[in-house]
Write a protein that binds this ligand. Structure first.
Ligand SMILES: [Zn+2]
Length: 472
């Protein structure tokens, strides 16, 4: 990008921010912003914070808005890690269709003020230059605030859907003792039962500050870690021998670093590459289409895998992440160990992944730990029942940009819902610049226009999904 361009974009954003600030927010937008600010200023980190204060505050908002006591539930594993579940009742009746579940997590990743820009505080809501700043502004309090505001808006306008709409605001998605989705599944299964769920995990992409594509996440890889250990009898380092635990391990890792798992498409990643080819460079598009035709096409594979994002979607990926070895500086090492972190694609069994790692290391003396039994979930279907409503609202708000199904390399709580048979989709309509992803990072922020567009997107999508003629 040329020097001039960033300035051009900066002035455009500032001009827009000025316009947005000048432009009167609607009462619904003002309300969503208030809820967002309130949620962001609660310190809901794992250690030293907690979600209960936020869950109780949102519960109060629902009660004040007239939700019945039996439709507002707060509870969790321990006192500071509570979740909120709210039921917005539909037409009901004997043949009432199953509810739609709206899911967002209330916890955020730790953030130290010292790590942020001097004039920003991770737990103070700051509006500046067209952005809202705070920890959780992107991950995941925008969706939480929008769901709260939209459901209360439904109440105000006496909207009556065919399905019940269940909102779950949960604890410990980012880590910690008390994952709320797991707890609700184990202790209040009926309360969150649903035909399908809308969650974090998918968002829209901006290019030159304009919507470029809208993502819907329908699959996730799962995480498996393998320990590779080299052993040796050791001895005094003054009398070195050719056999050495660190050398053995290093040689194995060097061979392993050249290994890549075969391409493994699934229904979600097939559509991802089909639709992404349409908006990629001619060379990349040709390679994607050739690979879809023939996953063994080495030349096409090399071109597509050149892009690390696509490489992480094409296959299971494993990478060395931590290394330890030796017990004293004057002793020949008896043990050397490396951790191999794998993101396993649906369809690849951890045991097969372990076998492939052993083969790639090329040294049978290296011990590779067991695969463990990580929870695994098949992709959620991307049939018209979900794609048509998402495409309709995308068209209404963002014009003819493509809706692209995604498999994310990272994990969300959708995994647990898929495991119990609830199709789960990461979709938000929240447009972000893929080169400015600050989730979990410094000066996390949400573009103001994206927040309000996301509010409208999720309001319309929730209504469409809660209407049986749209979704049987
Ligand atoms: Zn998150």
């Amino acid at each position: 990008m040329s020097i001039r361009a960033p300035f051009a974009i900066a002035t455009a954003t500032l001009a827009f921010a000025g316009h947005l600030a000048a432009q009167q927010l609607t009462p619904q937008q003002q309300f969503a912003k208030e809820v967002y600010k309130e949620l962001l200023e609660y310190n809901t980190v794992n250690i030293g914070g907690g979600t209960t204060i936020a869950a109780n505050a949102m519960a109060k908002r629902f009660r004040d808005a007239g939700f019945a006591e039996q439709d507002v539930f707060v509870g969790g594993v321990q006192p500071n890690k509570h979740n909120l579940v709210v039921r917005y009742r539909g037409k009901g009746g004997a043949n009432a269709p199953k509810p739609v579940l709206l899911l967002a997590h209330l916890d955020v990743v730790e953030a130290l003020k010292a790590d942020w820009s001097p004039d920003l505080d991770p737990f103070k809501f700051t509006e500046r230059d067209g952005y809202f700043y705070a920890r959780g502004s992107q991950d995941d309090k925008a969706m939480a605030a929008i769901f709260v505001a939209n459901l209360i808006q439904f109440r105000k306008e006496n909207y009556q859907p065919d399905r019940d709409i269940v909102l779950a605001l949960t604890a410990d998605e980012e880590g910690g003792c008390c994952n709320g989705v797991r707890w609700l599944i184990q202790n209040h299964r009926q309360m969150i039962d649903a035909a399908f769920a809308i969650n974090e995990g998918g968002r829209g992409s901006l290019r030159d500050d304009k919507p470029f594509l809208n993502g819907i996440q329908a699959a996730e890889k799962t995480v498996s870690n393998f320990k590779v250990v080299a052993k040796n009898k050791g001895g005094h380092s003054s009398v070195p021998r050719p056999d050495n635990a660190i050398y053995d391990l290093a040689a194995g890792i060097a061979r392993f670093s050249k290994f890549a798992f075969p391409v493994n498409f699934n229904p979600v990643t097939r559509v991802f590459f089909e639709r992404t080819a349409a908006i990629e460079t001619p060379e990349m598009a040709r390679a994607m289409r050739a690979l879809l035709q023939n996953p063994q096409d080495a030349a096409a594979n090399a071109i597509v895998s050149r892009d690390v994002r696509y490489n992480s979607i094409l296959r299971t990926n494993c990478v060395a992440t931590q290394l330890t070895g030796g017990h004293a500086s004057n002793a020949l090492p008896q043990t050397a160990e490396v951790n191999i972190n794998c993101r396993v694609a649906p369809g690849d069994a951890p045991a097969d992944v372990r076998a492939a790692i052993i083969k790639a290391l090329g040294d049978s003396t290296l011990e590779v730990s067991a695969a463990g039994n990580p929870s695994r979930a098949e992709p959620s279907s991307i049939g018209p029942e979900i794609m048509a409503p998402v495409e309709q609202v995308t068209r209404e708000l963002f014009g003819g940009i493509p809706v692209i199904p995604e498999m994310s390399a990272g994990a969300t709580d959708s995994r647990m819902l898929r495991e119990i048979g609830i199709p789960s989709y990461g979709v938000s309509g929240l447009m972000t610049d893929p080169n400015d992803n600050r989730a979990h990072g410094k000066d996390e922020r949400m573009r103001i226009k994206s927040f309000f567009d996301g509010q409208e997107f999720l309001l319309r999508l929730t209504k469409l999904l809660a209407t049986t003629r749209t979704v049987p």
